[in-house]
Design a protein around this ligand. Sequence first.
Ligand SMILES: NC(=O)c1ccc[n+]([C@@H]2O[C@H](COP(=O)([O-])OP(=O)(O)OC[C@H]3O[C@@H](n4cnc5c(N)ncnc54)[C@H](O)[C@@H]3O)[C@@H](O)[C@H]2O)c1
Length: 295
Amino acid sequence: MAQKIERVGVLGAGLMGHGIVQVAAEAGHEVVVRELDEATLQKGLGKVEKQLARAVEKGRSSREDADAVRARIRGTVHYRDLADCDLVIEAITESLPLKLEMWREVDEIVKPDAVFATNTSSLAVVDQAAVTGRPERFVGLHYFNPAQVMKLVEVVRCVTTGEDAFQTALEFARGEGKLAIPTRDRAGFIVNRLLVPYMLDAIRAREEGVGSIAEIDEAMKAGAGHPMGPLTLADFVGLDTLGSICEVLFDEFRERRFAQPPALRKMLSAGWFGRKSGTGFYDYSGETPTENPGI
Ligand SMILES: NC(=O)c1ccc[n+]([C@@H]2O[C@H](COP(=O)([O-])OP(=O)(O)OC[C@H]3O[C@@H](n4cnc5c(N)ncnc54)[C@H](O)[C@@H]3O)[C@@H](O)[C@H]2O)c1
């Protein structure tokens, strides 16, 4: 049976975490978000603030509603403030050692009947479940970027996930107004399993000179009806994130379609992480993005 979720803990207030915080607070939950340090925490909360202010400005939300959402969100740098949460969702850096270290700490502090969820894009959910004392209460809740806008949440059942925790996670995501699609603990789940090889193929097409960066993007928009071309999408996802996802997928399946193209590896060495670093397949320093001549 699904468990009632009132208080939600979120770990990480980065690209995904701040959106997950906002969506949960908008759905009426009390939210505590933990970051590593005060500056990063304030940066994440600032992004939520900006979104709330914009929604009021555009008439999508009333000032009272925005204030109520704001009042439900509390930031912290201490794990101990998550102790009373009914559900804890992690959206920290995509690194298994970091996530395991974090779960060991959180598991000690948070009440035993709370459900734990990972927003990982590529790591095995069971690897994280196994370091906690509650592997049957552990699921994947995979949001998409931006979490405030994207409708889908993949709800991942790993081999240890119990029915109650799984139903709780499904109901929680539905309660946020999301389309909750159940899936299994296979690297990449549904969407990244299909989308990552597509973005990697677009990079290989560029390497082989099939088209310029903009031509590849424009072709997929006009020819396949995609709202965004694959190289723009890669910049949006973050090339560092894409790089780590494809490494995990390659390790898991040993298939060439998941292998990191040399151009991507070199871009990562150069510190070109896409939109978030200002340079990726496009240069974002001007009014409109221009093709990166270095690729
Ligand atoms: N970027 C995407 O499009 C996307 C989409 C879906 C899921 N994800 C997944 O979401 C997770 C986060 O990705 P992101 O893109 O938001 O990364 P990000 O780098 O923007 O944010 C990660 C944040 O976690 C913080 N952090 C690290 N260790 C922490 C800890 N122990 N406690 C609290 N905070 C900690 C960092 O300071 C950072 O602000 C990853 O697992 C990623 O695979 C990413």
